[in-house]
Ligand binder design. Sequence first.
Ligand code: MTE
Ligand code: MO
Length: 184
Amino acid sequence: MCRIYPVVAMLIGIVVLASGCIGATSGPDDVAWNLTLAGETESVLTLTELRQMPAVEGYGYSVSTVGIKYGPNRYRGVLLADLVEMVGGVGADDLIYVSAEDGYLWVFDTAQLQGKEFFTFSEELREIPSPPLQVILAYEQDGKPLAYEDGGPLRLVVITETHDVITEGSPWVKWVDRIEVHRK
Ligand SMILES: Nc1nc2c(c(=O)[nH]1)N[C@H]1C(S)=C(S)[C@@H](COP(=O)(O)O)O[C@H]1N2
Ligand SMILES: [Mo]
């Protein structure tokens, strides 16, 4: 008889864990996440506010330093350039620091802010001339909120119009929580 109690306790535990998981994935706006924009002014945006901004979409396909290819996936988000505009914009020599809660940081110059000067590769990982690219802060992947294991809720992504262009993974900052304009 007393052997039943551990089993019951375990079952209750499983139910609690399961309902916790369901709660966490029930909708994009349930995730509490603040994005800090720091430039001439400072501003903090929620996911809901980001979703209300003009959105852009495209294909993202990246390759990690060790040659693992991720994608192609469809992404939706806001232009990094639009976010920077909200806090005073950038001068030609300014740099944009994009960082995450794990301490990762990637620095973009103003050419990259406009989608220029990235290396692009074919699916065979041969370098190809760069088609037009856009640098976005993505909140959606393949029509769903960007999952935490994929770098969500907010990830820096480089997108193209077609699904066959690969870019280097290092600028694809996961879990972005801060974007900062550094004046030269
Ligand atoms: N926050 C954060 N974003 C990150 C990284 C990281 O360590 N932390 N690694 C970057 C690098 S170097 C690559 S190649 C891609 C893919 O990394 P992964 O293969 O470790 O997922 O994510 C990028 N974004
Ligand atoms: Mo990497």
